[in-house]
Design a protein around this ligand. Structure first.
Ligand SMILES: C[S@@+](CC[C@H](N)C(=O)[O-])C[C@H]1O[C@@H](n2cnc3c(N)ncnc32)[C@H](O)[C@@H]1O
Length: 323
């Protein structure tokens, strides 16, 4: 540790994201094992940079941290933060010995890691972390529609240069296909009713914003806005986000490809937030001959963590090691 660890990144603008299962990620990363040469750690879902920042504290100056995110805004935010917090590697002190590891941030999907390793001469990794889903920074961004509380245009894409926005999808998708998406990716019982209301409404006044969609869902779901502990629109937003980002396909291909990116003994850590993701991670890790599963049951956040950061309550961490 080199003295930077006292900083909680979520307290330093411009990020508000609090990393989940942070101590557990560091403990399971395997980075405390003795090492001789240089090590590489890949944070495949950089987000607000919280996990990456704490992984940097566990690395030596000879090591290398690679941060990847599909969202160019996340890469810009974390670059700005790390420029403020890490000692400069150029300028008058460029020849001075480094006090922290090398860092490289790349806008891409984690599933492209094998290609990125070749393009950027990245060595095989001792640790790869995926912390799935979206960050609090994205939830706060009013231009993307991730949150029905902060509102905004219903886009829901991590990378706005890829695919189509959720609003454009809702403007043209077939009703049955839409109901299937809301049912499968949102596990929403009232998917047919919601899909019918969206298609009926688009004849005169298509859904364009997060508020439009949330209001419509609240009218379709018995009990209105609050359904149990969560807002009844949450599942529909989750379903559309998974669909426009093709999230489950990215995850499935990644788990097939990432074992080849690990050094022998290297660890793959994946944090998921809903049962669809967790099922994919659990089965893919178990079935992969190159991996040995280290956690029969997933690692869960403590009561103290879920109390302090309610967003962590559905997090599940699974770990496997390259044989
Ligand atoms: C939960 S946040 C990560 C937070 C991060 N661990 C931290 O401590 O700040 C998830 C991030 O993953 C990114 N993401 C989602 N799918 C991705 C993919 N296929 N490839 C790369 N990044 C992805 C999202 O844009 C988001 O920034």
């Amino acid at each position: 540790m080199n003295g930077y660890s006292v900083i909680q990144l979520s307290m330093v603008p411009p990020t508000v994201h609090i990393p989940v299962l942070l101590q557990e990620v560091i403990q399971w990363s395997g980075l405390e094992r003795p090492s001789t040469g240089s090590r590489t750690v890949v944070d495949g879902t950089l987000g607000g940079g919280g996990h990456a920042w704490h992984l940097i504290q566990a690395l030596k100056p000879v090591d290398f941290l690679v941060g990847i995110d599909r969202d160019a805004g996340a890469i810009d935010r974390v670059s700005e933060l790390f420029d403020q917090l890490l000692p400069p590697s150029s300028g008058p002190n460029a020849d001075a010995p480094r006090s922290t590891c090398r860092v490289r941030l790349i806008q891409s999907s984690y599933r492209e890691l094998p290609k990125l390793m070749v393009e950027h001469a990245i060595p095989k990794a001792e640790c790869i972390l995926l912390d799935l889903g979206l960050s609090s920074d994205q939830l706060e961004d009013r231009t993307r529609g991730f949150s029905f509380r902060t509102g905004g245009t219903l886009d829901l894409r991590f990378c706005t240069d890829e695919g189509i926005s959720a609003a454009d999808l809702l403007a043209k998708i077939d009703e049955k296909e839409l109901a299937d998406i809301i049912y499968q990716f949102g596990e929403e019982r009232f998917s047919r009713r919601i899909a019918r209301a969206i298609v009926e409404r688009r004849r005169s006044n298509p859904v364009r914003t997060a508020e439009d969609l949330a209001e419509l869902v609240h009218r379709c779901v018995p009990g209105g806005k609050i359904h149990g502990r969560i807002d009844s629109a949450t599942r529909t937003f989750q379903a559309l986000r998974i669909a426009v980002n093709n999230e489950l396909e990215h995850l499935k291909t990644a788990i097939e490809r990432l074992p080849d990116c690990l050094a022998p003994g290297g660890r793959l850590l994946i944090i998921s937030f809903h049962s669809l993701e967790d099922r994919i991670v659990k089965h893919a890790m178990r079935e992969c001959e190159q991996l040995q599963v280290l956690t029969k049951k997933p690692v869960l956040p403590s009561d103290a963590e879920t109390y302090e950061n309610p967003r962590s309550r559905s997090a599940k961490l699974r770990i496997a090691e390259r044989v």
